[in-house]
Design a protein around this ligand. Structure first.
Ligand SMILES: *Cc1c(COP(=O)(O)O)cnc(C)c1O
Length: 364
């Protein structure tokens, strides 16, 4: 069998969830498992988190239905809300919570008579300028939803544009806007994504919405005492399937992007962009071979990539290769570090692992 697999450590996932709750003791934390749990497998992650998390969050009803059909009974929040008024019957029947960001959704909820009032997170555009109502419209919408018989518990929700950036100027303005609204309306708040959960206690509300940190990635530009506690959940590992020696001056791979500066030993690894390895990975992107760092060289192909193992004397056919996460020997290569070599972010690398790659779970 092809040796490539994404090893998913569900103990690490639960540990990271506990880190998220420990750093926000006044808040409840909804575990964000949209996009197939950032590539980790939504149902397996939901089952691992359900005993800890009071609610789970996905982007849309299709993702939520997969979880219900898989036996998940926890409340599930639809972060993008419903796309059509027809979805409300299923939302009601399956016990989903919805975010509401547009006037037509408010009208649909006012007209709907569910069996159980639907919990609603009213989305405010405090400065992200993507989804949500402008702050000056929120009081009126809030009153309408408060008095709609089909609407259950109501929260104000907002999303930060720059919580990961360290420069808090814009963040502070967003926070001030939404906090003022929350005070005026006496509304419970749901604001913090992972970076705000990690770095801005002032943004912790009744609920937080940590996502990427649950998978062990640090979305901040620098580490802090909390981020250092996070453990990688996915380890993407394969093996060397061929080795060759090339003379100084010889190129490797498509376009001959990399050329050997010395007589070199090149390992071919079974992993490529057809698996989700980013083709933007530059020469020098770190890879672990038998736990030892060495540089990716040459362009990533669809099913393979090449690594310079001249300095790894132990490298042989069948040697273990870690593209990110933890090697079998316990060496560590952060997905955040790899992303910097790919003009990417951990989010795109993790969600980009394609269905061809088997997910192997431990700690279930
Ligand atoms: C994806 C998402 C989150 C989680 O963001 P992270 O940066 O992964 O923690 C939180 N809130 C909303 C609305 C989202 O779409």
């Amino acid at each position: 069998m092809r040796p490539l697999a994404a090893h998913i450590d569900l103990d690490a996932l639960r540990h990271n969830y506990r880190v998220a709750t420990a750093c926000a003791p006044r808040s409840q934390s909804v575990a964000v498992i949209k996009a197939n749990a950032y590539g980790h497998g939504a149902l397996a992650c939901a089952k691992a988190l359900e005993p800890l998390a009071p609610a789970l969050a996905v982007a849309c009803i299709e993702e939520a239905l997969v979880l219900r059909e898989g036996g998940i009974t926890a409340p599930i929040v639809l972060l993008e809300g419903f796309f059509d008024a027809d979805e409300l019957a299923l939302v009601d029947a399956r016990g989903f919570w919805v975010s509401v960001h547009s006037e037509w959704q408010v009208e649909a909820l006012e007209a709907f008579r569910p069996q159980t009032p639907i919990p609603v997170w009213l989305k405010v555009d405090s400065g992200m300028h993507r989804l949500g109502f402008a702050p000056e419209r929120v009081a009126a919408i809030w009153q309408r939803l408060k008095t709609a018989p089909g609407v259950g518990e109501l929260h104000l929700m907002s999303h930060f544009a720059t919580a990961d950036a360290g420069d808090s100027g814009y963040f502070e303005r967003q926070l001030a806007r939404i906090t003022a609204l929350g005070e005026t309306l006496d509304a419970p708040l749901c604001l913090a994504n992972s970076p705000a959960t990690l770095a801005y206690p002032a943004a912790h509300g009744a609920w937080n919405r940590p996502g990427v940190m649950l998978y062990g990635s640090n979305p901040l530009e620098v580490d802090n005492a909390i981020t250092r506690e996070l453990r990688p959940v996915m380890s993407l590992r394969s093996e060397i399937i061929a080795l060759r020696e090339i003379a100084a001056g010889e190129p490797v791979g498509y376009g001959g992007r990399w050329r050997a500066a010395r007589h070199s030993r090149i390992a071919v690894v079974a992993a490529g962009y057809g698996d989700g390895v980013d083709r933007h990975a530059v020469d020098g992107t770190p890879v672990l071979v038998n736990g030892q760092r060495c540089p990716l060289v040459g362009r990533v192909s669809m099913d393979m990539l090449t690594v310079d193992v001249t300095d790894v004397t132990s490298a042989a056919i069948g040697s273990e290769v870690t593209l990110w996460g933890q090697s079998e020997s316990g060496a560590h290569l952060g997905v955040d570090e790899v992303a910097r070599y790919c003009d990417a972010i951990s989010y795109t690398l993790l969600t980009g692992v394609l269905p061809r790659v088997p997910r192997l779970y431990s700690g279930a």
